[in-house]
Structure formats: structure tokens, C-alpha cells
Ligand binder design. Structure first.
Ligand SMILES: CC(C)(COP(=O)(O)OP(=O)(O)OC[C@H]1O[C@@H](n2cnc3c(N)ncnc32)[C@H](O)[C@@H]1OP(=O)(O)O)[C@@H](O)C(=O)NCCC(=O)NCCS
Length: 207
């Protein structure tokens, strides 16, 4: 049977680009409602706005030694690739972005995608440690399964205990030092603990 041009177009539409099931409000640990939606190309300037709501330390945890942000080409790839997705979080369905999470496919490993997150921590937009990262990670893991990935890859500073706890929450490796690092950080002792806070580790989570 001959396939029409229209049929070809429909069957080649990647499922993630038509899926809006994850654009929904959700409730944080303290009862605050936040809205999450899928980013589009036009949202590029909103990422810079989010950076102004983040401390230097948070930007360094997200981007390492790199300059924070993405080139236009990188952003287009992240939001337009069929098996990649960027989620934005706003308090009120406005353009006031307080967090983002990304799932980016790897060209050299079709079974694996990279997950990264950035949550604002500068008052009045102090959204860290309120359960948002954990909720976003769950959403990204769901998206990744739907897109057929078998693994999530996360690159984290080994002192980034919140992120390491999220990796554990998703079923990834449990690192013995995480609770020690967390306690030192909460006591304000991390900078003096003789730890090399710049070391990054690559973690893999089976989905
Ligand atoms: C890392 C990051 C995404 C975590 O998100 P978050 O919303 O702050 O974290 P959550 O509130 O979901 O908490 C994650 C874990 O830390 C624990 N936690 C958070 N704050 C805590 C505190 N003050 N005391 C004790 N435990 C705390 C939570 O209980 C949870 O652990 P659990 O699953 O064992 O309960 C966020 O802090 C962030 O954007 N940081 C800057 C950028 C970054 O580090 N990105 C990661 C690299 S890609």
C-alpha cells in the first residue's frame, strides 16, 4: 500500500515534541505550588534571567568551570531534538523562571541521556531544599523512560550532597561519603574540611 506524504509526516513526529503530559502544576514539600512546562526556542532569554536568581556557588555546581549558559545552537539542540527536553519551573505560569531541568540525548550513546538541573537560591527566589529538585528528577526520569533511554547520566561535584541524594533517590549509586559531606556542609565546615571540592564524578542511573 502506498503511504501518503501526510502519513509520512505524522509517523515521523517524535513523541516527545507532541507530549504535554508533564506540563502541570505540582506542590512542593512546604505546600507551595509551582508550575512546570516544556521550554521552547523562544525561552532562551529566560535562562539568563534564571541565572540572576542563582548564587555563584549554585552556578558553579551546575556549570563547573564553564561560563554559565548555552550558545544559541546548544539551546536549539536541547529544546528541538526529538529525544531531548528542557523543563522550566515558574511560581505562577509567568516567565519568572525559578528552576530548569534538562534531559539531553547523546549522539554517541543512544541508550543514555544526560540530566542536569539548576534551582534558584537567591531570595526572594530561594527554591532549593524544598523538594523541587527531587520532583524534577522524577519527571526527567519518567520522560527518559518514555523516550526509550536505559540510563540517566549525571555529572556532579562529589561535594554536591543534595544532587548525590537525588541520584540515590532515583536508584543510582549510593556513595558512602555523602552523609559525611552533608553533615560537614550543614555545620558550615565544608570549606575547611580538607576536601577537594572541585572534583566531579560521573554517575549512571539505570532506568
Ligand atoms: C542540586 C539541586 C538540583 C537539588 O535540588 P533541591 O531542590 O535543592 O533538593 P531537594 O530539596 O529535592 O533535596 C534533595 C535531598 O537533599 C535533602 N536536603 C535538602 N536540603 C536539606 C537540608 N537543609 N538538610 C538536610 N537534608 C536536606 C533532601 O531531604 C533530599 O534528600 P532525601 O531524598 O534523602 O530526602 C539544587 O540544589 C540546585 O539546583 N543546586 C545548584 C545546581 C546544581 O547543583 N545542579 C546539580 C548538578 S547538574
Amino acid at each position: 500500500m502506498k503511504t501518503s506524504h501526510a502519513e509520512l509526516e505524522i509517523s515521523s513526529v517524535p513523541p516527545l515534541l507532541t507530549d504535554t503530559g508533564h506540563d502541570a502544576p505540582f506542590v512542593l514539600d512546604d505546600g507551595t505550588v509551582a508550575c512546570t512546562r516544556t521550554a521552547v526556542v523562544e525561552d532562551y532569554p529566560l535562562v539568563d534571567d534564571l541565572h540572576t536568581r542563582c548564587s555563584t556557588a549554585s552556578l558553579a555546581r551546575r556549570y563547573g568551570a564553564r561560563r554559565p549558559g548555552f550558545s544559541v545552537a546548544e539551546w536549539q539542540r536541547m529544546v528541538n531534538s526529538p529525544r531531548s527536553r528542557v523543563l522550566l519551573v515558574t511560581p505562577d505560569q509567568s516567565d519568572h523562571v525559578v528552576a530548569m531541568a534538562s534531559m539531553v540525548e547523546r549522539s554517541n550513546a543512544p541508550e543514555m541521556c544526560d540530566m542536569a538541573m539548576l534551582i534558584a537560591d537567591r531570595p526572594p527566589d530561594a527554591y532549593q531544599s524544598r523538594g523541587l529538585g527531587t520532583r524534577l528528577a522524577d519527571l526527567v526520569a519518567d520522560l527518559a523512560r518514555e523516550a526509550g533511554f536505559k540510563f540517566l547520566a549525571v555529572t556532579s561535584l562529589w561535594t554536591n550532597w543534595r544532587m548525590l541524594l537525588i541520584v540515590e533517590h532515583l536508584g543510582g549509586p549510593v556513595l558512602p561519603q555523602t552523609s559525611y559531606v552533608r553533615n560537614m556542609a550543614l555545620l558550615g565546615l565544608l570549606p575547611n574540611a580538607g576536601l577537594d571540592v572541585a572534583d566531579e564524578i560521573d554517575l549512571r542511573i539505570a532506568l
